[in-house]
Design a protein around this ligand. Structure first.
Ligand code: GAP
Length: 447
């Protein structure tokens, strides 16, 4: 039985503030370029954030690449030939509607305004809507002219399409098969907001799954299930995720069917992931522009055609934010009225799985024994931490806040009576004594 009392956790912008503050205080995520006042829409991951992010990437790669035999990993360059973005339609069409206030000159995304005529900051009149291309333009090489133009990629997808022929020629896979990539993407968002939700630099985890034209529906349905599977892998609550069939006229230019997987964020229900049927649009476009044949020859039917594509697209940073939002919990442990904050992270994504302490830091025998236990634990469970900072209560609070599922304490009974160690469960706060020889097995059972 738990001795935990429920209490109301904050919601909405209070909850976001609590999460942003915890993320900074505990070394998960910092504002980009903070000491210079920041750079809007950029975020830096600290040690705990990197560990969390690597765990998420590993789960994704395992489910979608290493556990399957029909997926091929790609890690393409971020800078690509400008023809890529001409062919994909991004140069002409990857834009958001921008309006500027005539009085204060603040700029807004026209489709996000409640009143299309009035500035939300100063009440002044808004100017005409202009299309603003979201790609970051740069120049490659010492000479700057039209031919040196390049762009930071706004999606990882194109890095896979342009390598389709390389994969066919080097590994000779048969349809259906997929290309998978995790990497940075950049968008000059007019209004970056809501912490990691809408940033200007972020990471995507994308798959371009190639099928025979008649088989796209089967693959689409398969990936609906796989997206839900991944949502469970990272410990998100299915109740917080909703499928939205994107209607005609609202889909991206390349898509014939799209499902948005929306999440109940503290700031409303908005997109977490997308699943799109991109048809043969991209490969056809690249074939035409590059004059390289990007068709596939089917040995069985003796037909040659351009494969069609199903694309599940996952925002890595949105996954991290959803995990933090879902895991952030406040309660009163022990019923003593003292508020506790903890991250109820799934063990698979938690930066540390276990922390080991000596009960007191000024007793050398306890510290020595705790270090011995720590070394043994770390051999079996590498994501283990040793903590002897502050008193034991503070250490529990710190580990709760970073979502460590278990704390192991070496006390006087451990060294004087050989009575084993205590193992404390993060969510219930309950402690049990465990013999040293059984410790790894006990921890592994809960991870
Ligand atoms: N290749 C398809 C594509 O890029 P998208 O819906 O524009 O589709 C895919 O983006 C995913 O990337 C989104 O579902 C979201 O998770 C993430 N994403 C998009 N823009 C983002 C931004 N500005 N900040 C953080 N994540 C973003």
């Amino acid at each position: 039985m738990s001795n935990k009392k429920d209490s109301k956790a904050p919601n909405g912008s209070d909850k976001m503030e609590s999460i942003i503050s915890l993320a900074k205080r505990r070394g998960f995520i910092f504002q980009g370029s903070e000491i210079y006042g920041g750079l809007a829409g950029t975020w830096d991951y600290g040690p705990l954030g990197v560990a969390l992010k690597n765990n998420v990437k590993a789960l994704w790669w395992k489910r979608f690449v290493s556990d399957r035999s029909d997926m091929f990993g790609v890690d393409a360059a971020i800078l690509m030939n400008q023809n890529v973005w001409q062919a994909s339609g991004h140069v002409s069409g990857f834009s958001d509607p921008l309006v500027e206030c005539k009085k204060c000159h603040h700029r807004f995304r026209a489709d996000q305004l409640e009143d299309a005529k009035k500035c939300p900051d100063c009440g002044g009149a808004l100017g005409d809507v202009k299309q603003f291309n979201m790609m970051f333009k740069t120049s490659v090489g010492a000479v700057q002219d039209d031919s040196s133009v390049s762009y930071l990629r706004p999606e990882t997808a194109q890095g896979m399409f342009v390598n389709f022929k390389n994969i066919l020629d080097s590994l000779h896979p048969k349809l259906p098969f997929g290309m998978a990539q995790i990497g940075k993407a950049f968008r000059n968002e007019i209004a970056p907001r809501d912490f990691l939700f809408r940033a200007r630099e972020f990471e995507q985890m994308e798959i371009e799954y190639l099928v025979k034209p008649a088989e796209w529906q089967k693959a689409f349905e398969h990936f609906v299930g796989e997206v839900h599977g991944f949502i469970k892998d990272v410990g998100l609550d299915e109740k917080d995720v909703h499928e939205l069939e994107v209607p005609d006229g609202e889909r991206a230019h390349y898509s014939k069917r799209t499902i948005d997987f929306e999440y109940d964020w503290p700031f409303g229900k908005k997109e977490l992931y997308g699943l799109a049927y991109r048809t043969d649009f991209d490969l056809k476009q690249h074939s035409e522009r590059s004059k390289v044949d990007l068709s596939y020859y089917d040995e069985e039917t003796k037909e040659r055609f351009i494969p069609h594509v199903i694309e599940p697209s996952f925002g890595l940073d949105r996954t991290i934010l959803a995990i933090l939002c879902g895991a952030y919990t406040e309660d009163e442990l022990g019923g003593e009225g003292e508020k506790r904050v903890y991250l109820k992270l799934a063990p698979a994504v938690a930066p540390y799985k276990v922390a080991v302490f000596p009960l007191l830091r000024n007793k050398p025998q306890l510290v020595e024994k705790a270090q011995e236990v720590y070394r043994a634990v770390k051999k079996a469970i590498p994501a283990a931490a040793f903590d002897d900072n502050g008193n034991i209560g503070k250490r529990y609070r710190r580990q709760d806040e970073i979502g460590t599922p278990f704390c192991v304490t070496v006390d006087f009974d451990t060294i004087e009576k050989g009575a084993g160690v205590t193992v404390r469960d993060r969510d219930t706060g309950k402690q049990e004594r465990v013999a040293e020889k059984d410790l790894i097995e006990r921890l592994s059972r809960g991870l």
